[in-house]
Design a protein around this ligand. Structure first.
Ligand code: PEP
Length: 263
């Protein structure tokens, strides 16, 4: 159902007021994890001011070790809803459990399915059934074909509001956290009518590389970007090393604007 030939002009996906795949680059920015009211509100205000069309933020965090911060869970969703109230930005947040889908759908604007759950088929089916838009992240050990067949689980439920997200894969290269596979972006744009998002933050783990790889992702055909921003990255409870400060995010947004204008 995702084959490009079926909709050669491409599918546009609406996450609240934000549209992905309409020809503009849609940026969803915010903290990796929702941590407390002050951090969430100040980050949300900053990304809204600098042109983000949506708010990202994890309330349920699937961490590699159980001893890391696991997220504020339902309390985190309440803070995201407050941030939406104040900024008007729609909320994109990760779902980790099929049993959470209905309750989350009452609050959020779009589901994110994380790299570790790309092949959690029950979760995919449940999100597909909800009819809500979903960003499906590529499993870091999965091929492009596996990403496309995982997306079919959502599409097969009659839900075409699916965005595919390249967020880096595991290779022999250890200099960056993962290897951002931009060839997958160019390939996906040819193979599927679904829009493509790129998350340079989780892939690189090095803030200085985010700007060049973001520009490269757009050149490769990305429709949307997912960017970690934190007002105090050194105090972040999750992935602080990769987060941009609001001022760096502002610079990135103006570079994107210049790219769009062909300056
Ligand atoms: C995230 O975006 O918050 C996240 C955990 O990303 P990934 O699933 O790509 O690691």
């Amino acid at each position: 159902l995702g084959r490009r030939e079926l909709f050669p002009s491409g599918t546009a996906v609406s996450i609240g007021s934000a549209v992905i795949g309409d020809g503009d680059i849609a940026v969803f920015a915010g903290p990796c994890a929702v941590e407390n009211p002050g951090q969430m509100m100040s980050t949300a205000r900053a990304v809204a001011r600098h042109g983000s069309v949506g708010l990202r933020g994890g309330a349920f965090k699937p961490r590699t070790t159980p001893y890391s911060f696991q997220g504020l869970k339902w309390a985190g969703l309440d803070l995201l809803a407050q941030a939406r109230e104040e900024t008007g930005l729609p909320i994109l947040t990760e779902v980790v459990d099929p049993r959470h889908v209905d309750r989350m759908a009452e609050v959020i604007d779009g589901f994110q399915i994380g790299t570790r759950n790309m092949q959690n088929f029950e979760l995919l089916t449940e999100v597909g059934r909800s009819g809500m838009p979903a960003v499906l992240k590529r499993g870091f050990g999965c091929t492009v074909d596996e990403l496309l067949t995982a997306a079919e689980y959502l599409l097969a439920e009659g839900n075409d509001q699916v965005v595919l997200c390249e967020r880096g894969i595991r290779t022999f290269e250890g200099a960056t956290r993962f290897t951002l596979d931009l060839s997958a972006v160019a390939l996906l744009k040819r193979r599927t009518h679904l829009p493509v998002m790129v998350d340079p933050s989780h892939s690189l783990g090095i803030p200085e590389l985010i700007e060049p790889l973001t520009l490269a992702a757009v050149a490769a055909g990305a429709d949307a970007l997912l960017i970690d921003v934190h007002v105090q990255p050194e105090q972040a409870l999750c992935d602080g090393k990769q987060a941009l400060l609001p001022e760096d995010f502002a610079r990135l947004m103006s570079r994107l604007e210049m790219l769009a204008l062909g300056v």
